[in-house]
Ligand binder design. Structure first.
Ligand code: RIB
Length: 308
């Protein structure tokens, strides 16, 4: 098992379950509130750690503030066997948070305030470079400053490490930003925005994946929720079927996918098997409450795949 390095955001998720969102100037009562450690980077790290089952092989690089939320998130990761020695605490700023509304059908609306995540800089790209010795995969997203992410990607690519980038949330990126990325994993909305094609099904996902891949990225995987995932790579162009589960909340589904994909590849799986592991992780994640807490163990993911 090679190491999985995760560079990205950590947010304490403040989750409100409500039948509907309030309109302007209106008050609409919710039904439940809870907090759960989240953030796309943190979620991917926990997913990878639970699926890799190799304590210390997942390393989290990022920033938290000097508040209770930051300590709670760091402790949660340590309990998962994640190496947090590159998780830097910054004084005088709050840790990232995300207010998340979950509606009756499990769909979610996410409003983050990135706090300490926004201070990620060359310290984090240097930390990634320093963590690459036994690395197999670098996982990144777009919740921290793009300059830090790009410098880390460059360091990993120069060392021959496979780079997976989840282009979430959607952001305008400089020309050529994705050039050194090995695998880009947009969801429907992100693929639509990147390719300029309205992605609604497998056919349009294929067109979008091909168009994005034509820009020079080795592999593009468009995740389609309950329609599966389209994988476009050298000699591979196929839809992976979804797993059938009862949807409770779709928060962090993409993070579960990326964590599973990264853990699978770092453990030596081929692309399609690693993507299937990611899809199983995403399916189990949406069948549960929470973000990091919703990530499945390896045995849970294997049981879902075996039961197909
Ligand atoms: O991808 C889900 C995550 O996005 C949530 O945990 C929230 O923190 C936001 O960053």
């Amino acid at each position: 098992m090679k190491d999985v390095i995760v560079l990205g955001g950590l947010n304490m998720d403040l989750i409100v379950e409500t039948p509907r969102l309030a309109g302007p100037g209106e008050t609409a009562e919710g039904t439940r509130f809870y907090t759960t450690p989240g953030g796309k980077g943190g979620n991917q790290a926990v997913a990878a750690a639970r699926l890799a089952q190799s304590p210390g092989s997942v390393k989290m690089v990022g920033r938290i503030g000097d508040d209770g939320f930051g300590e709670e998130m760091a402790q949660f990761m340590r309990n998962e066997g994640i190496d947090t020695s590159f998780l830097r605490r910054t004084s005088g700023i709050a840790s990232g948070i995300a207010v998340i509304f979950i509606l009756g059908d499990g769909e979610n609306h996410v409003n983050p305030v990135y706090g300490a995540n926004g201070l990620c800089d060359e310290q984090q790209s240097d930390d990634v470079a320093g963590a690459l010795t036994n690395a197999g995969v670098l996982l990144c997203q777009q919740e921290i400053p793009l300059s830090a992410t790009r410098a880390a990607i460059d360091a990993a690519a120069k060392a021959g490490i496979l780079v997976i980038l989840d282009p979430a949330p959607v952001r305008a990126v400089p020309d050529g930003f994705y050039d050194p990325v090995t695998i880009l994993t947009p969801n429907q909305g992100e693929a639509s925005s990147l390719a300029g094609i309205d992605v609604v099904d497998a056919g349009t996902a294929k067109s979008a994946a091909r168009s994005i891949r034509d820009t020079g990225i080795e592999t593009v995987i468009v995740t389609l929720g309950d329609q599966g995932a389209w994988v476009e790579s050298d000699g591979v162009s196929e839809l992976l079927d979804p797993f059938d589960v009862n949807v409770v909340a779709t928060v962090a589904a993409g993070d579960a996918f990326n964590g599973g994909l990264g853990a699978g590849l770092a453990s030596g799986m081929d692309l399609l098997d690693a993507a299937r592991l990611g899809m199983a992780a995403g399916a189990i994640c949406v069948s549960r409450d929470g973000a990091q807490e919703a990530m499945p163990s390896r045995s849970e993911a294997e049981a879902l795949m075996a039961g197909r």
